[in-house]
Write a protein that binds this ligand. Structure first.
Ligand code: HEC
Length: 110
């Protein structure tokens, strides 16, 4: 009986380590998007706002009003922005990084 309890203990520890590993990986992916956002976007969009054109924040309501609903829409806008926003080509922000930023925006600003 003791042996079974021990096996159960080992299993629990191993499983929680495995789960912990996955969530740590998720977190680092998120902070990658966050880091890129802080570097490229936050001076005009601090906290998801918009210091240049206040009505065009990164909140879902404002984005929806301007027809920027999906992550792809956000990426498209980075490549081809409206007046007052700098253009981010693929040399500045790769497709993968653009996706990480778009994910960060849709997950963070509500
Ligand atoms: C130099 C300032 C500036 C920087 C840097 C900047 N933006 Fe913008 N952003 C703006 C302005 C100004 C607008 C509104 C443009 C318009 O009138 O269409 C805007 C609009 C947007 C919108 C549309 C919001 C809406 O509600 O319509 C998104 C999404 C966006 N920016 C994402 C980004 C991302 C992602 C980055 C970084 C990669 C970034 N911006 C960097 C100034 C900036």
């Amino acid at each position: 009986m003791k042996r079974i309890a021990f096996m159960f203990f080992v299993c629990t520890v191993a499983c929680s380590l495995a789960v912990g590993g996955v969530s740590a990986k998720e977190a680092s992916k998120e902070s990658h998007g966050e880091k890129l956002f802080m570097k490229h976007c936050s001076k005009c969009h601090p906290g998801g706002g918009n210091v240049v054109t206040v009505t065009k924040s990164l909140n879902p309501q404002d984005r929806a009003a301007n027809n920027i609903k999906t992550e792809d829409d956000i990426i498209r806008l980075m490549r081809n922005p409206g007046p007052g926003m700098v253009k981010f080509g693929k040399k500045t922000i790769s497709e993968k990084d653009a996706k990480a930023i778009a994910e960060y925006i849709t997950k963070t600003f509500k």
